[in-house]
Design a protein around this ligand. Sequence first.
Ligand code: RRO
Length: 323
Amino acid sequence: MRINKNYLSCIMKLLNSYKTKIAGVELDSYICNASGPLDSTLKELENIAKSTSSAIIMKSCTIEPKEGNQEPIYTRLPLGSIQSMGLPNLGYQEYVKFAARLKKYNKPIIASVAGLSVEDYQQMVEAFQNSDVDLIEVNLSCPNLERKPQVAYDFKQTEKVLCKISNLGKKPIGLKLPPYYDLIHHKQMAKLIEKYNIRFITCINSVGNALIIDSKTETPVIKPKRGFGGLCGDYIKPIALANVRAFYELLKNKISIFGVGGIKSGADTFEFLLAGADAVQVATTFEKEGSNCFKRINRELKEILRKKGYNSIEEAMGKLKYL
Ligand code: RRO
């Protein structure tokens, strides 16, 4: 009987060793999609639900449906992409309905809200607090709206939003943050995160207002904002890692961290794990490769962990060694 119990506990340990949690919500694996590509329609979200993405993260939404920016808005690059989608989405009420339809897949559902005003954020967070989603990611960092600066670069404006959204219900709230380049900014944001009981963060959104020029045509490669758009992929991985690490050092054990930016392999994922991410989101690689990428990256990560002698995700989390 005792042997059986031990055997059972070993099996359970093994099964749980690749699971993780974001703000107390269990994810079956370390890897899921990111809000952005291929997650705007119910069909796309069902495709994610049926894949091995460990969560279903929905496209950032606004109060009213939005068509997005004028084409061309997305260009693949040798090491990633540049895009200025302009928040194309069906309006938040559709995503509230989608959450109810997606519940049957028994996978955490994460809403993403991107208000055009403080009141918008409040209205949408309230609606998702009363919906079937498990977590609410508040996008404070879309770089692609004309005349709408990224909220999270303005700490006063950020506080106004947090003040309105932090007490609307029990579902954990997270913030999708832009890349910060100075350590004082991580500190300022960390203070607000603690003050308003933010339970998770997503680091980082695309690096905003990058410019890629095609020397043949002598033009930018995308049209909106005279070619200024969000840079994604390999180009931004070091910035994403630094942001994950900086917030991990400031807030470890207090919040969960999603890493995102340039994850295309198990090796990239392992770096985010060492930096302190509780899970990672995949955007550019998902757009390029489709939903099989989640399985492949997960397999590669498990292989790296096995080769290095780590028995679980937890064992390696945050364990960056210093020189
Ligand atoms: O839709 C977009 O243009 C977009 C959004 Br909402 C975002 O958060 N980040 C980004 O790079 N693009």
